[in-house]
Design a protein around this ligand. Structure first.
Ligand code: WT7
Length: 582
């Protein structure tokens, strides 16, 4: 361990947030804005604050990104490097005709170009739409079509999935492809409206004029699932950076010498906010690992880069716990000083295991794609109550309410709600005012879709989702998307999809299927359907379990009664069946 890390690790008495109660009392968002040095009169841009400001300071040569490829190769980028590279991407996009407000989607593995592209997109005032690299053509089509994206940046391993749906995407003018086979024109053959990333940026300058934006202008959008309909495009604006900056500083406790690793992909909100913007707004060095989950490999990544602060998910922690102490003992991860978790309930058992093997307490954090930043959480200076999500971030008012918006006393279960007004709250659902308004149906509150209770000391305890949304391995999946994809399989006429409790993944997706005449239930057919969904929709959203049945219970108006499917699956009371069709 280096001297500096030794000091950091032992310096436990000095977290960034020293006293939660005092911070709550004195907190003003304007103070965070001032710390960021925002001068709104000439326009702002999150990319200027996260990258260019550091590139113009003594941090110019500080490593911003330690990148490790799936094959073990490593690359480093300083803040200066990220500035120059993202300028070239911004210039390239302008040359391709992208203007302020246009949507540019990014469909890449976790390679440096993914991060550089998102920054470049923000620099020209366009709206970045990161998509997870496990998405199949269906998921890609839904997002590109709804957003009207003009340009897509992808790589040679993923472009074929875009080809399958391009003729359904009239707004998509250009696809920029990186990592094409060496040798320029002589290599991989491109389609007419595809261009090579490396060739295009080569033509561009490392300098650019960053688009001056207002705090209310959008800079990214992420699609997320609800109970009904296709995924919805949650739109976030430059104002978010104030929440990004201060939550990263106080919750993740990042300090100048830290080496920080967020294991989430930017295709999910955790990866965009805390695996890109938040840490860089704080001028911190981040690690990005391209590869997938693997216990030994993950610890090796931490050892190699000397990771000091780690933000991960309960599913990953449970898998690491299951992998036993063997893999941990093989590596020196003694630089690690702080761990946070997000996405699903963090089991007290996992916290106890973490204390044993890492000698550190894992800190749970709660938030959503729509809230844009951590809302309820634990802090280094506040005692953890295992099983609780912690307490609201200073400046955020959270409450347990009833359907009329009345605040319920401690101990009562109810709707988890937040008082609107924090900087990073979503500003719209893309082209869908109705679905946006649904979040604000109870006057004075933003409702989260979660149920919870609060104890007498103001700690919040998660109970569950109030709707049919499935959380599997920390990923939010809407049953409707999966059902729609399932009925596209030639053997399936009807599908009902639920989340089923699972010890590793929180929930797994379970599908009840009615087969078309002429198809017989078999294990081969189950496998075929799983593969179909994996490839059409996404690797994370396929049903791990399938049951064939004669019919799927529906209401008289034709809605699938998922609650009933779930009750039957889990052997619970079936409840009110008065709306059931025959
Ligand atoms: C939903 C939001 C924001 C990052 C990841 C997921 C669940 C999130 C916790 C937690 C229990 C949690 C909630 C929430 N969730 N954090 N600490 N404990 N549940 O973002 O895809 O927008 O999903 O994830 O149900 O509503 P998302």
């Amino acid at each position: 361990m280096t001297m500096k890390k030794e000091i950091l690790k032992n310096n436990k008495t000095q977290p960034n947030l020293k006293d939660y109660a005092v911070a709550c009392k004195e907190f003003r968002w304007e103070d965070a804005e001032n710390e960021l040095g925002l001068s709104t009169k000439d326009g702002i841009n999150i990319a200027t604050s996260a990258i260019d400001t550091h590139a113009a300071s003594w941090r110019k040569n500080k490593v911003a990104l330690y990148w490790e490829g799936a094959d073990g190769g490593c690359k480093e980028y300083s803040f200066g490097d990220l500035q120059r590279e993202s300028n070239r991407v911004g210039n390239m996009l302008r040359s391709l005709g992208v203007r302020k407000g246009d949507r540019v989607f990014v469909f890449l593995p976790r390679i440096p170009e993914l991060f550089i592209s998102i920054i470049g997109i923000a620099k020209i005032g366009a709206v970045a739409g990161p998509m997870f690299s496990a998405f199949g053509p269906e998921a890609i089509r839904d997002r590109l079509k709804d957003s009207g994206a003009k340009v897509l940046i992808t790589d040679s391993s993923l472009r074929e999935r875009v080809h399958q749906v391009w003729d359904e995407l009239p707004d998509l003018k250009t696809v920029v492809v990186t990592r094409t086979v060496e040798g320029g024109g002589g290599g991989e053959k491109l389609w007419k409206r595809e261009v090579r990333y490396e060739e295009e940026i080569e033509k561009e300058s490392h300098h650019m004029t960053v688009e001056p934006m207002s705090l209310d202008d959008p800079f990214y959008m992420l699609y997320t699932s609800g109970t009904t309909g296709k995924p919805k495009g949650v739109v976030h604006v430059h104002h978010d950076m104030i929440s990004h900056y201060i939550t990263t500083k106080w919750v993740l406790d990042l300090q100048e010498e830290d080496v920080y690793w967020c294991s989430a992909d930017p295709g999910w909100v955790t990866g965009t906010v805390y695996g890109l913007w938040g840490p860089w707004l704080n001028g911190i060095s981040q690690v990005v690992f391209e590869g997938r989950y693997d216990a030994e490999r993950w610890y090796a990544v931490m050892e190699r880069h000397g990771v000091t602060v780690w933000y991960t998910a309960p599913t990953a922690l449970r898998m690491l716990m299951r992998a036993g102490d063997g893999p941990v003992k093989k590596c020196d991860i003694s630089a690690l000083r702080y761990i946070c978790s997000v996405g699903e309930p963090l089991n007290p058992e996992v916290i106890r295991w973490g204390m044993d093997v890492y000698g550190l307490c894992i800190h749970d954090t709660w938030w959503q794609t729509e809230t844009g930043a951590i809302m309820i959480t634990n802090y280094p200076s506040m005692p953890v109550r295992p099983g609780s999500m912690g307490r609201p971030f200073p400046g955020v008012k959270a409450a347990i309410i009833d359907a009329q918006g009345r605040e319920l006393p401690p101990g009562s279960s109810g709707i988890l709600a937040l008082k609107p007004g924090w900087p990073s709250i979503m500003r719209s659902i893309w082209k869908d005012k109705e679905r946006y308004d649904e979040y604000f149906k109870i006057p004075g509150w933003y409702t989260t879709g979660d149920t919870a209770h609060m104890d007498t000391d103001g700690y919040f305890w998660f109970i569950g989702r109030a709707d049919d949304v499935i959380m599997t391995a920390g990923h939010r999946v809407g049953p409707f998307e999966v059902e729609s994809a399932l009925v596209e399989h030639r053997a399936v006429v009807e599908a009902g999809v639920i989340g089923k409790p699972d010890p590793d993944r929180g929930q797994i997706i379970k599908a009840f299927l009615v087969l078309r005449e002429g198809f017989n239930p078999s294990d081969e057919l189950k496998e075929d359907i799983k593969e179909f969904i994996k490839h059409r929709l996404s690797g994370h959203a396929y049903p791990k379990e399938i049951d064939f049945c004669e019919s799927v219970p529906k209401t008289r108006s034709g809605k699938i009664m998922r609650r009933l499917l779930k009750a039957r699956e889990l052997g619970l009371p079936e409840g009110d069946l008065s709306t059931l069709e025959d």
